[in-house]
Unconditional design. Sequence first.
Length: 479
Amino acid sequence: MNNPGFTAPAPRLASCTYSAPLPGGNGLADLLSTGSECAWIRFGEGMVGLGTAARFATTGPGRFEAARHWWMAATEAEAAESGAADRSTVPDDGLPRRSPLAFAAFAFADDSPVDSVLVVPEFVVGSAQGRSWLTWQVDLDSPWYAEKAAAGWRPDRAGAERRLGALLAEAAGRRPDRAGAPAGIGAGSAADGLGLTDGVLSQDGYRAAVVRGVRQIEAGALTKIVLARDAVVRSADPVDVPQVLRTLAVQYRDCWTYAVNGLIGSTPEMLVKVDGDVARARVLAGTLDRDGAPVGTDGTDYARQLLTDDPKQRHEHRLAVDSLTERLEPFTTSLEAPDEPFVLELPNVWHLATDVTARLVGAEGARRTGPGALALTEALHPTAAVCGTPREAAATLINRLESEDHGLDRGLFAGPVGWLDGNGNGEFGIALRGAVVQDAHTVRLYAGCGIVAASDPEAELAETHAKMRPMLQALGLRA
């Protein structure tokens, strides 16, 4: 659908949350069984969504606003029921107030034909700080709920546990039985028939795009541009999406492992996290491949020398930080962004990183009048970390060098991905180190690099390989 405005019908959502042990007791990632689940996991904590209570899809430059209005309408029933009750972040029982809750993924570009989506799971299983909970979300207008409500039924803990048990049993019935079967893609080892090929923007095409981007920078048209390419993994065996996500969640614990509507990955970059009146972000720009470190050297010292002491890397990083803080500042009463970045160590690369913290206007007390997570996401996206500087010039050149010249549409890659609740809280990372599951046997990967005047095409191409490595390894390919 294209620019649907605010006419798409919204459900009337209601929810109930209970303290509950994790089903199975082995962690959130074990709830991923079919690949259709939504997920947001870091350091073993976070949330997994199962089933679907409601879904919204939109495209175009108004996608954020359309999603925001739909979500406001969908959560009105819950807000009205709570009336003047405290809508703070943490209720009296100590459980995070995260309901109603939706997982979301937005396309990178205004003109992308790929749907941006909000998915409201029927169940959200969450875990944080040693506590776990179960949230049941229902559409009050659904035939299923209306029939039961007419008979005097109301949601309760026992009903929630029975319904979730039925969903898990149904998912187990749909899950392929891999006992004795050949290892499939994502099953932990490279399988016969598993192959990697260039996408619509080939490696030669990417080098050429970098050359053209540098020329535009040298001509003064812009200061930085982020250029991306794609690659395709195909296998005769089905994609084991749950195993891919479990691998990422274990190997990249300091990243946010995500799954929304076929978009999967593990991002190290937080666009914005809103919790009450506090907003946080993690900005990354400046990358060093760990495979290039000399044997016997101290990795941290090596990374610090080649990243923090490199003018090119420092310049690229400062552009990314400034692009975020300049757009965030009007929504804040205070903002902290350290002058010196730190080196973030990941299994595949080192990054220059800066953590930003801000106090939001109009977010004090029980009721929020200031911007929520979705509004801030719209204001901040895209940052220089995934687009360039100036933003408008970079976006125009990205369209020319990626889309017009090669037919590459980023789709959901480098767009915001995460979750939001009915209280304005939420977390939106940038969909990096990820892929789109196109069908049962095909996964399309993406990676991009920041291009500045000092960029070398061969080095930038090598960096895209390093950034694809987490997904390739999780899929069962050596990289």
